[in-house]
Design a protein around this ligand. Structure first.
Ligand SMILES: Nc1ncnc2c1ncn2[C@@H]1O[C@H](COP(=O)(O)OP(=O)(O)OP(=O)(O)O)[C@@H](O)[C@H]1O
Ligand SMILES: [Mg+2]
Length: 431
């Protein structure tokens, strides 16, 4: 019989999907196709994600691997709020995510205080609270990507009703949550060979639950299915593997990089949730972190331009060790606006013009509920002995998609520069 704690250590030590497959084969799994809900290796079975064998269509709706990471970050933000609400116990239920962040974490509403507040948390504390961590993986284009939070966590018996569920609508009655539909997070499974979920609930911190999700062929089926690993429980039923741990003992989920400045930004799991993706397909975002395009720092900043709380992005990949404070592109722009001193050509960015917020009522609505803002930026880059002007927009968005539609801090769509080039631009709607 497998010791579940040892199995989790093996999964955590695996660098890529090939290693995970080796471990699974050692457990008696089949390399080619599996039978849903049928026992293998004397104590395991694969259950369809969301209890739905036709889950591929839902999970693979997502087309952008970075947007799916943003969904996981938002799940973590919701879990942080959940954990904190239990402690703070405000007299009224918050009516929105912003209200919740205000009563739980003191997020200010005024721009000046907000910019300051985003910067003032200790980097180590911030990293412990919510981190996205990149580690070496199958290849440069397919690293491991972790999202780890110190939020409410999930009890092992609740995995199937929560993180392994689809369209359950757990947050439908909670106006203070970022999530609604019950499927956002699962979209990231489409870009990984395997996804490891590990969680410790604040209500049961002496218990660690975990499971592994993968896409596989089902015997006799025309289509594939995303399945989650289940273990036989003492009552003969199947549920996620779990083991007990001293509630005060943090669970180490990262290996040391050997660089103290980076290691101190690698959180341990005392309570909360880790979602680790193996072989995550990030072909357009693998470069080292910078404000230029094609790296995860840039992509996350603009696809989550106004996160509810700041978080940390840490790069543990060999030769690329780095860690960054993440406040979103909007936060960076607001900071520029508040800076009195004008930047000059040698220091990089110059804010030429800023406008907004302007409130717009959408057609058919009396309430001006859409906030529009825009910024005009110049940016200079060193070129030999001189400097050259480059697109300011590309440091805060994508050069070809400078117009973002943002809801609850998250980008939900973008427009190309064609709007500006068109001889008769459409009626301005939002930016
Ligand atoms: N990091 C986490 N900590 C605690 N619970 C989580 C975490 N991630 C996901 N969950 C649970 O899993 C459920 C499913 O997450 P998912 O992102 O698929 O849907 P959602 O957040 O409810 O809605 P949306 O589709 O709008 O994101 C959540 O409702 C929540 O109960
Ligand atoms: Mg979600």
């Amino acid at each position: 019989m497998y010791q579940f704690g040892n199995l989790l250590s093996q999964f955590l030590a695996a660098k890529d999907g090939a290693k995970i497959n080796q471990i699974l084969i050692g457990m008696g799994d089949s390399e080619s196709e599996v039978n849903l809900n049928e026992e293998f290796g004397g104590q395991w079975c694969w259950a369809p994600l969301g209890e739905r064998p036709t889950n591929v269509a839902t999970i693979e709706l997502s087309t952008n691997p970075v947007r799916s990471i943003v969904e996981r970050i938002n799940n973590s933000l919701d879990a942080l709020v959940d954990a904190r609400l239990k402690i703070v116990q405000p007299p009224f239920e918050p009516g929105s995510p912003l209200e919740a962040a205000k009563s739980c974490f003191g997020r200010p509403t005024q721009p000046k205080q907000l910019v300051q507040w985003f910067d003032e948390l200790e980097p180590d504390v911030e990293a412990e609270r919510l981190s996205v961590v990149l580690q070496d993986g199958a290849s440069r284009e397919q690293p491991r990507v972790d999202i780890i939070d110190a939020g409410s966590g999930i009890q092992p018996k609740e995995f199937r009703n929560t993180i392994l569920s689809l369209n359950r609508g757990n947050k439908m009655r909670r106006p203070f949550s970022l999530g609604i539909w019950g499927q956002g997070g699962s979209g990231s499974c489409a870009f990984a060979s395997h996804v490891l979920y590990v969680s410790r609930s604040v209500e049961e911190p002496d218990s660690v639950g975990f499971t592994l999700v993968r896409r596989c062929k089902i015997a006799g089926w025309r289509e594939c299915c995303y399945v989650a690993l289940m273990a036989k429980m003492p009552d003969g039923g199947f549920d996620v593997p779990r083991f007990n741990i001293d509630p005060a003992q943090p669970l180490d989920v990262f290996e040391s990089t050997g660089t103290p400045a980076v290691d101190s930004k690698l959180p341990r799991l005392t309570h909360g949730t880790l979602v680790r993706h193996y072989d995550y397909k990030l072909p357009n975002a693998v470069n080292e972190f910078s404000t230029s395009q094609r790296n995860l720092y840039h992509a996350l900043q603009y696809l989550l331009p106004d996160p509810l709380l700041p978080y940390r992005l840490t790069d543990c990949r060999a030769g690329q060790l780095d860690h960054r404070h993440m406040a979103g592109s909007k936060g960076r722009l607001m900071k520029l606006m508040l800076e009195v001193k004008k930047r000059n050509k040698s220091t990089g960015i110059e804010l030429k013009h800023a406008h907004g917020p302007e409130l717009i009522a959408p057609p058919g609505c009396q309430n001006p509920c859409i906030e529009a803002r825009w910024w005009v930026l110049f940016s200079w880059r060193k070129n030999g002995d001189g400097v050259e002007l480059r697109s300011g927009a590309e440091q805060f968005a994508e050069r070809e998609h400078p117009i973002q539609f943002v809801y609850n801090g998250q980008s939900h769509g973008e427009l190309t520069t064609d709007v500006f080039k068109s001889p008769s631009p459409p009626h301005r709607s939002a930016s």
